[in-house]
Design a protein around this ligand. Structure first.
Ligand SMILES: CC(C)(COP(=O)(O)OP(=O)(O)OC[C@H]1O[C@@H](n2cnc3c(N)ncnc32)[C@H](O)[C@@H]1OP(=O)(O)O)[C@@H](O)C(=O)NCCC(=O)NCCS
Length: 154
């Protein structure tokens, strides 16, 4: 069944005026949150696809991705704690997969903390598979990254 949040959800470009709401969600979600400047870079850089999931005026989640030649990279996906488990991250990931495919990407890569069960399951559900790992990739706490890939992008 489609959740109420999903019915009202719109995915659109991330805008500079969204960044203060995004930073609050970042701080609630990560021990090493991205800064304002990192989000602004994504908004203005070529070959970047930063998207917001909004319900009315409220930012419920966001995703940043980019591409080079035929490779895409998902940099982050985050959903406001009040809106999790309703399909919003999946909607964002599928939206970005469609956009990266349209840009000619054949493979999409991402990294995720090895202990991040929610993200691992969500990406697996979207078709990503674990291809390798990076030792001690993350800090606070120090932790390995799992590298996942979606290939072919279909
Ligand atoms: C990971 C995260 C983005 C998932 O967002 P979400 O909108 O709740 O995810 P969805 O509702 O689309 O879930 C899709 C699937 O992921 C899995 N999943 C989501 N949350 C889960 C959880 N807490 N535990 C286990 N599996 C989970 C489930 O398989 C789910 O499918 P189902 O609902 O049919 O069971 C969210 O928990 C979050 O923002 N976490 C903090 C930030 C983060 O870790 N981001 C990822 C790394 S950049």
């Amino acid at each position: 069944m489609v959740s109420k949040a999903l019915k009202e959800l719109l995915v659109r470009d991330l805008r500079p005026e969204d960044v203060s709401a995004v930073l609050k969600i970042e701080k609630a979600s990560f021990t090493t949150p991205w800064s304002e400047i990192l989000f602004m870079n994504e908004i203005f850089k070529p070959r970047s696809l930063p998207k917001a999931a909004v319900i009315g005026e409220k930012v419920a989640g966001y995703i940043c991705a980019n591409y080079l030649l035929d490779e895409g990279h998902i940099l982050n996906v985050t959903v406001h704690p009040d809106f999790r488990k309703q399909g919003i991250a999946s909607r964002l990931v599928h939206c970005v997969i469609d956009l990266l495919r349209a840009e000619g990407c054949r493979t999409i890569f991402l990294e995720v903390r090895i202990s991040n069960e929610a993200a691992l399951r969500m990406y697996e559900k979207a078709g990503f598979r674990i291809i390798s790992a990076r030792k001690a990739y993350y800090t606070l706490p120090l932790e390995d990254a799992v590298i996942m890939a979606l290939y072919p992008v279909s």
